[in-house]
Design a protein around this ligand. Structure first.
Ligand code: GDP
Ligand code: IMO
Ligand code: MG
Length: 425
C-alpha cells in the first residue's frame, strides 16, 4: 500500500497542477485534501489548457478516481460550474467522489471574507475572497454546514436558519452589509444538491480499502508550505493545513500510508497577497520574471510578487513536510538572466539566520544574504534529459539540491506535460 503526497514548497503557484497531471498515470486515485477554490491549478497538454480550482488535476485521465476529501471546503456553485466545464471539454467528472464530511462554503462566508478584509484596510491579508477563512472558522467553531447536510433538507434548513440569525446580525451591525434570506439560500443549495448527492462517498473508507488492495494514491496539495495555517507566515496564510501532514487529516488515511512526499518549488519564488517576502524584487528583474513567467493569479487575476529563489525556505519546507523529493519548475524562465541570485541565509537586526526565524517580526525584517551563480542565457525549453541542460543550469540545480538536502528528481522547463526532465522519479 502506498500514498504519495505532492505539496507546494513555497507560497503557492509552484506548478503543482502541471506535475500532478504529469505523474497521475502512476496512480489509481488523486485526492484533494485541503483548501477550496482559492486554489488555481493549471494543466496544459498540447492544445488543452485547464484551470482547476477544486477538482484534482489528474482529471484528464479516465482510469483514475478523482476525490475531494473531508479537509476541503466546497463552494457547490463553483464545483458544479467546474464539473460542467470539464464535462463539456470531454473530461468526464462522473467518477468524482466527494467526502460527506467536507464543509460547505456558504454565501455569507464570501461576504464575511470581503468585509473583514475591508475592515483590516492596509493590514489586509489579501485573501482570494472566496470565503475560505470564514468557512474554516465555522468548522472550528463547530457551527459549519457539511456536504452530508445536503442529504437531509430539514436539517439543512434548520442549520441555515440558525446560522443566519447570528450571521445577519454581524453583517448588518458590524459591517453595514445586507442580510441573507434563509429561504433563498436553502432553495439554491438544495438545487445544487441534486447534482452533488450522487458523488457523496465515505472517502476515508474507500481510500483505506484501496490501500489494502495495493492501489496507489496521490494526494494533491493546494497552496504552499508558507501559506500553511500552522507552519506558514501567520497571519498571512490560508486557513488550512497545506503541508504534508494535512493529507492524512484531510482524507482519513493514517500517516503510515505515506511513502513519498514530493515538494514542488519554482526556480525563483512568487507570492500573491500580503505578508513578508525577504527575496522580493521590486525592480526590472522582478518585472522580467513576472512577464516571462506569466505570473498572474489563476484564481484572482492578480499580479504575483516575484523574487529570487530562497534556499532557506526550501530547507524549511523539506523539514516540515518530510520531503523525499524535490521538483524544480520554471527553470526556463531564468534563461533570460546573465546571473542568478540564491538566498542562502538572512540577516535580522545584526543576527545571521540559516533557518526561518521563529519570530514573525524578525522574518519581516529579514535581509537576504545571496550567493550569485552564472546564468546560461540560452533556450532550455526543449531539454528532456539533465545532461542536455547547459552546464550553468546543471550547476544551478546541483546548488539547489545541496542546499535543500533533498534530491531534485524532476525539473520542468515549460508549461506543457512534455516539457519535463525526470531524473530519478
Ligand atoms: P499551481 O497552483 O501550483 O498548480 O500553479 P499555477 O498553475 O497557479 O501556476 C503555475 C503556472 O506556471 C501555470 O501557468 C503553469 O502552466 C506554468 N508552468 C508550470 N511549470 C512550468 C514551467 O516549467 N515553465 C513555464 N514557463 N511555465 C510553467
Ligand atoms: P494554489 O493552490 C497562491 C493566498 C492568498 C492570500 C492567502 C489567504 O493555486 O497554489 P485565502 O483566500 O486562502 O484565505 O487567502 O493565501 N492563496 C494563494 N496564493 N496560490 C494559491 O493556491 C493560493 N490560495 C490562497 O493570495 O495571500
Ligand atoms: Mg495556482
Amino acid at each position: 500500500m502506498s500514498g504519495t503526497v505532492l505539496v507546494g514548497a513555497q507560497w503557492g503557484d509552484e506548478g503543482k497542477g502541471k506535475i500532478t497531471d504529469l505523474i497521475t498515470p502512476n496512480f489509481d486515485f488523486v485526492v484533494r485534501f485541503q483548501g477550496g477554490n482559492n486554489a488555481g491549478h493549471t494543466v496544459i497538454h498540447g492544445d488543452v489548457k485547464l484551470a482547476l480550482h477544486l477538482i484534482p488535476s489528474g482529471i484528464m485521465y479516465p482510469q483514475i478516481t478523482p476525490v475531494i476529501g473531508n479537509g476541503c471546503v466546497i463552494d457547490p456553485k463553483v464545483l458544479l460550474e467546474e464539473m460542467k466545464m470539464l464535462d463539456g471539454a470531454g473530461f468526464s467528472t462522473q467518477r468524482l467522489l466527494i467526502s460527506g464530511n467536507a464543509h460547505l462554503i456558504m454565501p455569507w462566508h464570501l461576504a464575511l471574507d470581503a468585509a473583514s478584509e475591508q475592515q483590516l484596510g492596509s493590514n489586509e491579508i489579501g485573501t482570494t475572497r472566496r470565503g475560505i477563512g470564514p468557512a474554516y472558522m465555522a468548522k472550528s467553531a463547530r457551527t459549519g454546514i457539511r456536504v452530508q447536510d445536503l442529504l437531509d433538507p430539514q436539517i439543512f434548513n434548520l442549520k441555515v436558519t440558525t446560522t443566519l440569525a447570528e450571521v445577519n446580525e454581524t453583517l448588518i451591525k458590524l459591517y453595514g452589509q445586507q442580510a441573507f434570506e434563509a429561504e433563498q439560500v436553502v432553495a439554491d443549495y438544495l438545487r445544487y444538491a441534486e447534482k452533488i448527492i450522487p458523488h457523496i462517498s465515505d472517502v476515508s473508507q474507500v481510500l483505506n480499502e484501496a490501500l489494502k488492495n495495493g492501489q496507489q494514491i496521490l494526494f494533491e496539495g493546494a497552496q504552499g508550505t508558507l501559506l500553511d495555517l500552522d507552519h506558514g507566515t501567520y497571519p498571512f496564510v490560508t486557513s488550512s493545513s497545506c503541508t504534508a501532514g494535512g493529507a492524512t487529516i484531510g482524507s482519513g488515511v493514517g500517516p503510515t500510508a505515506i511513502k513519498k512526499v514530493l515538494g514542488i518549488a519554482k526556480a525563483y519564488i512568487t507570492r500573491v497577497g500580503s505578508g513578508p517576502f525577504p527575496t522580493e524584487l521590486n525592480d526590472e528583474t522582478g518585472k522580467m520574471l513576472s512577464e516571462l513567467g506569466g505570473e498572474v493569479g489563476t484564481t484572482t487575476g492578480r499580479l504575483r510578487r516575484c523574487g529570487w529563489y530562497d534556499a532557506v525556505i526550501i530547507r524549511y519546507a523539506a523539514q516540515v513536510n518530510g520531503l523525499t523529493d524535490l521538483c524544480i519548475t520554471k527553470l526556463d524562465v531564468l534563461s533570460c538572466l546573465p546571473s542568478i541570485k540564491v538566498c542562502v541565509a538572512y540577516e535580522c537586526d545584526g543576527k545571521r539566520y540559516t533557518t526561518v526565524p521563529g519570530s514573525q517580526s524578525d522574518f519581516h525584517h529579514a535581509v537576504p544574504i545571496y550567493e550569485e551563480l552564472p546564468g546560461w542565457e540560452t533556450d532550455i525549453s526543449h531539454c528532456r534529459r539533465f545532461e542536455e541542460l547547459p552546464s550553468e543550469a546543471q550547476d544551478y540545480i546541483n546548488f539547489i539540491e545541496a542546499r535543500a538536502g533533498v534530491p531534485v528528481s524532476m525539473i520542468a522547463v515549460g508549461p506543457d506535460r512534455e516539457q519535463t526532465i525526470m531524473s530519478g522519479w
